[in-house]
Structures are given as C-alpha cells and as structure tokens.
Design a protein around this ligand. Structure first.
Ligand SMILES: [Zn+2]
Length: 304
C-alpha cells in the first residue's frame, strides 16, 4: 500500500480535455509523520498537498513554484503548501491537532476544520513579481474550492476531486486527486459523459485504498472517450530547506533583531515549518558572517 506517490497526465485524443491525476498516499503519510496531524487535519492537509502537487505539475518552467494557501476561520487555521514544477510538495497547517466529529455524511469534516475564508494561489516565476490569484472558499472541502478558483480566476472550467482516507491512528491509508480541465474550444458533447464517469467513480480514496492503479482510474474517468497518457512519474514530499538558507536569513537580519539575539546570548535555533529540520547557529558564527558580508559590500563600493 505504501508505494511511492506519482503523477499521471493525459489528454483526450481530440485535445478537448486535460487530466492530471496524482496518487499521494506516501506524501500525505510523510506530512502526518512530520506534523503529527490529528485525523481531520491529516485529511485537510493531505487534500491541500495533493491539490498543490496537481497544480504545480502544470507549471511551465523548472524555476517556477506554486504556493496554495487556504485561509479559513476554522480550527485548523491557515494551511500552506508549496509545490515545485514537477509536483513535489511540502506543507503545514497552523493547527495540526485540529479534530472534529464526523460531518452529517459520516465523513471527516474537512469543511468544518477549514471554515470560511479565502484561497490564494501564488505562482513564483523565479524572477520578478509573483502572480497571485485569489478566490473565496465555497465549502472549505478544498476540492470544490479549487474548482471554483479555476473557473473564476483562470476562466478554465475545472473539476477538482481530492480524497484522503485516514485510519483511526491518524495515519494516511490512501490519498489522491485529479484535475479535469476543459481546454479552449473543447467539444461540449464530452461534458455529460465525463460528468457521468466522475460520478460513477464514487470515492476516489477508496479506489486507491483498494489498489486501483492510476491506469485503471484514468480508464474509468475517460470511459467511452479516446485519450492518450503522455507521462507518468514519481513525486514526493520534498523540502528545499538547508542550513545555508537559514544562515543567510540570519546574516541579513536587521540590526535591531540581531541586537536582540546578541542580548539573549545563546546559540540561535531555527526549525523548518515544512519538515521539522532544526539548525543551530552559535552567535559567533552569525556575527563573523555578518562582518564578512559588510566587508565584501565595502570592497564593492556599495557602502553601508
Ligand atoms: Zn525543511
């Protein structure tokens, strides 16, 4: 069951509809291990990670990254997930211990945990100003909210389905999702067929838990329609942090903040919110790096 996560991309043969499918069980389980998420939070963060991975895989250039931020007023607080252009993701929830009783359908109450608010999609192109898209949350269930975002902010009719099954010990049993998008000038006759197929799927996470492969699930979504799979590849929970990055941030701190650290007089400890990695910096190391940076600036004639 705990095989690696993967993304599969396909298109109908007539070019009308694009499908990105992700199986993310191992990614969501990794997030649970790092953040010790409660059951409802495993599902909420897992859906958000899956959505970010799907959306990230649509980026065009390897310098680009995508941040999906769900800001609701529910007990889980803000959820933030970042994907690279392949769909490798990392993320966290403000309150990973958020837990609610099941909703009226007997399911994990992700909508209740997230609450009302807005969703932001930030595309960092690696240079210049990032592109930010915003839309209100429609249900907090995340799949519906992403579909709505594509319709209102990007004028792209989209169905986003996301599913996470969490066990009683809060671990992830199965997770996955897909984005189904109509391309400009799409054949509208496909819409009722796709709607019927997607409804017939039932619970996506249950299909994954039962061992259905990406190929089998794609065949179900596109039943009665000719399509081509154009790639399938592995993705993972991946953090881009390093000791060097944290050190650079400390070296660039303002004088006032640095003064505070010096007065405290203890080594500076940082912890990555995405992966929990801890880095410790003796004050002397930061101070001498700051001196070197100043000296280098003077040599370049930049002054202070
Ligand atoms: Zn990290």
């Amino acid at each position: 069951m705990n095989s690696g996560s993967s993304i599969t991309r396909a298109m109908t043969r007539d070019g009308s509809v694009r499908l990105v499918y992700a199986e993310t069980t191992s990614i969501v389980e990794r997030a649970h291990e790092i953040h010790k998420t409660a059951k409802t939070a495993t599902a909420a963060l897992g859906r958000c990670l899956t959505a970010a991975s799907l959306m990230g895989s649509l980026l065009k250039d390897k310098k680009e990254s995508l941040t999906l931020q769900i800001r609701g007023d529910g007990p889980i607080g803000t959820i933030l997930c970042v994907s690279d252009y392949m769909g490798n993701v990392r993320g966290y929830a403000e309150n990973p211990l958020a837990e609610l009783p099941p909703n009226a359908q007997g399911k994990l109450d992700v909508g209740g945990a997230v609450g009302r608010g807005s969703l932001a999609v930030i595309r960092d192109l690696g240079e210049g100003e990032p592109y930010v898209g915003l839309s209100p949350l429609v249900s907090g269930e995340i799949g519906d909210d992403i579909s709505q975002y594509y319709v209102t902010s990007e004028q792209t009719p989209t169905v986003c389905a996301l599913g996470v099954r969490a066990a009683t010990d809060c671990t992830c049993k199965a997770a996955g999702g897909f984005l189904l998008q109509m391309m400009p000038g799409a054949d509208e006759a496909l819409i009722p067929i796709l709607e019927r197929n997607v409804t017939a799927l039932g619970s996506l996470s249950l299909l994954i838990e039962n061992g259905r492969t990406a190929g089998e699930i794609l065949a179900m979504i596109f039943e009665g329609i000719e399509y081509d799979v154009f790639d399938a590849y592995a993705v993972e929970y991946r953090c881009a942090c390093s000791r060097e990055k944290y050190k650079n941030a400390l070296v660039s701190l303002g004088e006032e903040d640095m003064g505070e650290l010096e007065r405290a007089g203890t080594p500076v400890e940082t912890e990555c919110r995405f992966c929990g990695a801890k880095y410790v910096f003796p004050l002397t190391e930061i101070l001498s790096a700051r001196r070197e940076k100043r000296a280098a600036r003077k040599d370049n004639g930049e002054g202070e």
